[in-house]
Every structure is written in C-alpha cells, then in structure tokens.
Design a protein around this ligand. Structure first.
Ligand SMILES: Cc1cc2nc3c(=O)[nH]c(=O)nc-3n(C[C@H](O)[C@H](O)[C@H](O)COP(=O)(O)OP(=O)(O)OC[C@H]3O[C@@H](n4cnc5c(N)ncnc54)[C@H](O)[C@@H]3O)c2cc1C
Length: 445
C-alpha cells in the first residue's frame, strides 16, 4: 500500500498553509485537491498581521508583495454620511507587521503554492472519497479517486482542509451546527479611474439596509461587498440592476467615488451566502481539521483565512520538530493538544466575528440601536478599541469580559477607558499622523 507521512485534503488557503507548516518540519506531504485549477471565487482578500508574520517566515509574504499586494492601515466603521464611528489604526499595534494586506484570493493561493517546501507533492484533479481506518477506528489514510481510478493512500496523519462541506469532518462524526445569516453578500470587483480616490482602509459602512464593505485591491480596483436580502437581485434585468446601483449611491453617497465603475462591475458580480459554525472537535485519532472544515465565521471581520493559517501553524507546533519520528500514539497526543489549545481561541474568534457582524448587519430596530451604541462606545474607549484591534489582528488574544460587553453598549461607564493595554505603545507616542481620504470618504465636520 503506498504511504506518506501526511495527506492534506484540499488546497485552499488552509490546505496550502498546512502543507507549508508540515512540509517545513521535514514531513513528506501529499496535498490533493479535486479542482484542476485555482478558484476564481471572491473568497477573501484581506490578511491580518498575525497571519502575515507566519507567511513571512514561510517566504510567502515576499511573494504576495511581488504580486502587487496593497497595505491597508486602518479598519474603519463609518455611517452613511461617511462619519467615522470607530477607527482601528493598525499602526498602533506592536511589531513590524502592523498593517493589513489586500491581495486577490487567487494570488494568495498562488503565492502559497509557489513556495511549497520540496517535501510537498501537490496533486490536482484528485477527489478525496473517504477516510481509511484501522480496526480501532483510527484514521490511517484516505481513499482517493482520479480519472475514474480509486487509490488508497496510507498516512500517519490526515489533515482535512476540504472546506465548509468537508466530507472528512462528517465521516469523523464531529458535530456542530451551522447557522446561516439571514442576508447574502454581493461581491463587486470595481475598476477605479484613479486609485488615489480610495483611502488605503478596510471600510465598513453601516446603512439603513445593512453593511457595505469596501477596500482597494491591486491593479487600480476596489472590492465592494453589499449586504442584500436572499432574493434581492434574483431575476432583475439590466435596467433594474442599474436602478439597484443608483439606489446604493443614493443611500451611501461615498459610493459615488466609483462613478461608472459600479455599473460596470455588475457583469462579474457574485452573490455569496454567509454562515457560522465551529466543529465540536478539531481532531480525532489520526485526523486534524484546519480552516473551514473546522470553523466558519462571517467575513466582516476578515478572520477566516487568517484563522486557517494560524491553525496550520499551531498544528505543526503541537507535532513539534521531532514529528518525523512520532508513532500513532504520539501523533494522537499532539492532535489532542492541537484541539485543546486551538479550539478555545477559535470559539472566541467566532464570538467576536459574530458580534461584529451583528453590530453591522442586524436590520431590526433593536439590533441597529445596539449596533450603533456598540460602535460608538467601543470607538470612544481606547482600552476596548485597542483590545478589539489586537484580538482581530491575530497577534494575541485578550478575552473581553461580560463587564467589557456592558461598557461596549454604554450601559456602564468604564473607569479604565483611558488605560492603554500592556502591548500598546505608551501614550507619549501618538499614532503616526495619516492623511485622510479625499471627499466623499472623509469625515464630515
Ligand atoms: C465573501 C467572503 C469574503 C471573505 N473575506 C475574507 C477576508 O477578507 N479575510 C479572511 O481571512 N477570510 C475571508 N473570508 C473567509 C475565507 O475565504 C475562508 O475562511 C478561507 O478561504 C477558507 O479556506 P479553506 O481552505 O478552509 O476552504 P476552501 O477555500 O473552501 O478550500 C477547500 C478546498 O478543498 C477542496 N476540496 C473540497 N472537497 C474535496 C474533496 N472531497 N477532495 C479533494 N478536494 C476537496 C476544494 O476544491 C477547495 O480547493 C471570506 C469569505 C467569504 C465568503
């Protein structure tokens, strides 16, 4: 029976990251994906500092930059008039990688794929049919299918990176309920007449009809995600679609910056469902889950790819440098450690992303009122604002307490609001002054 140290199932961001992390340990890795080419879906373009530091160690950050990735310096929530409600200035974070990076999803995949260690053997057009098991039920490999031919591949470790509908997760019997959000996101890829029209920010606009998320992309383009009802665009002809974009601009004048590019982007629009989920276990004997096979969050807080990269890094850390010499019992001990150390952080990331999503997308009267209050009180409270930013960046985890949540919605005043968290630069070092964006993206006085 052919065998390898590790088989990674799925070559999205999670699978490619796992192949990097485990290949770097010197393990022989077979990386399979059922697709013959890289996806062109709008599946996330923004990377956080914590993931970027890992990508730098793998040599991937340099490749992303060679492919023209853009640095974004702030995550800003604004109201429909363009006024700032909360601004997370990433240059207040510690370390050299204190910015976000925007790159096309396909180029993120390509940058990861180009620099894989020599011990990784990528195989495309190969479907993972099921897991192979021994008499005790331990996962000992996978059954693959390529060109109508079935093949059994034994492995000391199987990594499920086969996305949200993961066959391997279901086969492993790990439970967890997936909850769909009641809205969709329409992804628009907008050509910019002048790239300087758009500030280098990740901007979330809160409007009466929900979230509009916008940031620049390489190649003088912008990404705009528009929250819609499930059937809002279904069956609309071209004239009705143009009316829809006109209404977007009426409701949010900042979008006028896109001019005719907004209508031009309709031809390539994608409508994406959004959901959240976390598996009850991230590992069972012989099998680890990474990325969306194990957890899914709302895209609003740009956490999905980043968590997938950290999963892979954490899994490799749990196996350790001696991974090549580990037997099944030691591998399973490392997998248990991976579950124990990683899942609590993912639960917190899931909760934070869900809170952020509710704050910006809930259209009920109560939801919008609480959302506005939370944005205002978090934005005006340096301690909470910087803590939220640090958590989102992936550079550390400082859990918010129930009391913090009450401060966030302004139910209780926070006597510690001005206290700078330990990791932040001392108050004597003001954040680097930055130029505000040109009209209409600037604050109103
Ligand atoms: C609209 C939107 C915007 C987002 N924005 C961001 C963002 O800005 N920042 C961020 O960090 N995250 C973002 N995300 C989340 C991010 O895209 C995902 O978390 C991440 O891409 C998941 O990667 P993955 O590798 O786990 O899964 P996938 O990308 O789904 O990869 C799974 C792979 O497994 C393969 N596969 C599946 N089944 C099999 C099988 N049986 N056999 C072989 N191969 C198989 C598939 O072909 C695929 O290539 C966004 C998501 C969406 C929907």
């Amino acid at each position: 029976m052919p065998g390898t140290d590790v088989v990674v199932c799925g070559a999205g961001v999670a699978g490619l990251a796992a192949a990097h992390a485990l290949g770097t340990l010197g393990l022989q890795v077979v990386l399979v994906d059922k697709q013959t080419t890289l996806t062109t879906a709008a599946k996330g373009e923004v990377l956080q500092p914590g993931a970027l530091e890992i990508l730098r160690d793998w040599g991937v950050l340099a490749r992303l930059s060679e492919h023209g990735a853009l640095r974004l310096s702030r995550l800003v929530a604004r109201d429909r008039f363009g006024r700032t409600r909360m601004a997370l200035d990433y240059d207040r974070l510690p370390g050299a990688t204190n910015w976000l990076l925007a790159q096309d999803h396909q180029l993120i995949l390509r940058s990861l794929a180009e620099g894989l260690p020599a011990t990784v053997q990528p195989r495309r057009g190969v479907l993972v049919e099921r897991a192979g098991r021994d008499d005790t039920g331990r996962v000992t490999g996978v059954v693959l299918r390529a060109g109508g031919v079935e093949e059994q591949l034994d492995a000391r470790l199987v990594v499920a990176a086969d996305g949200v509908s993961s066959r391997l997760r279901r086969a492993a019997g790990t439970s967890g309920e997936r909850t769909d959000y009641p809205h969709r996101l329409v992804a628009l890829d907008i050509p910019l007449a002048d790239a300087d029209d758009l500030a280098p920010d990740f901007t979330a606009y809160v409007t009466e009809r929900g979230l509009r998320l916008c940031y620049p992309l390489p190649g003088d383009r912008a990404r705009l995600y528009v929250q819609t009802g499930p059937d809002e665009l279904r069956g609309l002809d071209q004239a009705a679609l143009l009316n829809w974009t006109d209404r977007l601009v009426d409701e949010l004048p900042a979008l006028a910056v896109f001019g005719s590019g907004l209508a031009a982007s309709l031809a390539t629009r994608q409508t994406l469902p959004v959901s959240r989920f976390i598996a009850s276990r991230l590992a069972t004997p012989g099998l680890a889950l990474v990325g969306e096979s194990g957890h899914v969050v709302h895209p609003m807080a740009a956490q999905g790819m980043n968590s997938a990269i950290v999963d892979a890094h954490q899994l490799a850390s749990c196996l350790g440098a001696a991974a090549r010499d580990l037997g099944p019992a030691e591998v399973d001990t490392a997998l248990a450690r991976y579950h124990d150390t990683r899942r609590p952080d993912l639960v917190h990331i899931g909760q934070t992303s869900h809170n952020a999503a509710r704050m910006l997308t809930d259209l009920s009267w109560l939801g919008r009122t609480l959302g506005r209050r939370a944005l205002h009180h978090t934005g005006a409270n340096p301690r909470l604002r910087d803590t939220v930013m640090h958590n989102m960046s992936g550079l550390g985890m400082h859990r918010l307490t129930p009391l913090d949540r009450l401060h966030q919605i302004g139910v209780l005043p926070d006597p510690r609001a001005g206290r700078t968290p330990d990791w932040a630069p001392p108050p004597t070092q003001p954040p680097t002054p930055r130029t505000e964006s040109p009209q209409p993206l600037t604050d109103k006085p």
